[in-house]
Design a protein around this ligand. Structure first.
Ligand SMILES: [Zn+2]
Length: 248
């Protein structure tokens, strides 16, 4: 097909429709260079022409632009990739396949329109990364999901945990829920607010987080600077669980 010098078009290729000729199919999702009767042999190099065909099919998908306009853009994008990736290299082929996949992506109809309209130039298009190629809609969705996941990850911190290392002084059950709040400076033990899930008894201890499952737990002094949560520090805490000790 191609002449030794690599003519822009194969000698037997049909004339390209003038750019004013409208596309006259009925379903733009079925558009291909074959159904548009477009000759994609533009470079004299089969591999490159295959890439032009691929780009044509990607750009024509969902578009009602005239075939000649789509072809001009497909050729321009191929040339830009050929220049950017130093010829028909593996990177050039990988990139063009990736661009085709993005153009065919059902959630990203704006991409092809932006390339065809010139909003994204061929030179820019061939160096866009996967994040830049995504639709604004998809980016928004991803941001929302990331926010949601961050919120979910924070829930265990705020949630009350139940520990069987803590024993209720009133009913002696070991079903105590606790929540912790960092008070004063970060290197001080955290204040832990305890509540018996059996009898509702509440009290407050200060302990190191890593000791929560161990016996080395110390109660706060009743007159510590932080006000205890309601109800006030109960007197029956003198009946201490094993391993607990009172300050003062
Ligand atoms: Zn209790």
């Amino acid at each position: 097909m191609s002449s030794p010098g690599g003519t822009p078009r194969g000698p037997n290729s049909p004339a390209v429709a003038p750019s004013t000729a409208k596309w006259t199919g009925d379903n733009p999702e079925n558009r291909k260079y074959q159904t548009d009767n477009v000759d994609v042999n533009r470079t004299g190099d089969e591999a490159r022409d295959n890439c032009i065909a691929l780009l044509y099919n990607g750009l024509a998908y969902r578009s009602t632009e005239p075939p000649a306009a789509v072809l001009v853009k497909a050729v321009a994008v191929e040339h830009a990739a050929f220049a950017a990736y130093n010829g028909a290299t593996p990177q050039y082929k990988t990139k063009l396949r990736s661009l085709f996949q993005n153009l065919k992506n059902k959630t990203n109809p704006a991409l092809g329109r932006r390339v065809l309209s010139g909003e994204i130039t061929p030179e820019k298009f061939v160096v866009m990364d996967s994040d830049e190629l995504k639709s604004a809609q998809l980016k928004k969705l991803e941001q929302d999901l990331a926010k949601e996941n961050m919120k979910k990850a924070q829930v265990p911190m705020a949630e009350k945990s139940i520990s069987d290392a803590l024993q209720c002084g009133r009913c002696k059950q070991k079903k105590v829920s606790y929540s912790q709040a960092q008070t004063r400076s970060a290197d001080e033990p955290m204040t832990t607010f305890c509540e018996c899930t059996v009898c509702g008894n509440r009290w407050k201890v200060r302990l190191l987080w890593h000791r929560i499952t161990g016996p080395d737990v110390a109660l706060t002094h009743p007159s510590s600077p932080e006000p205890p949560p309601p109800p006030p520090f109960p007197p029956h805490l003198r009946a201490l669980p094993p391993g607990l000790s009172v300050f003062g």
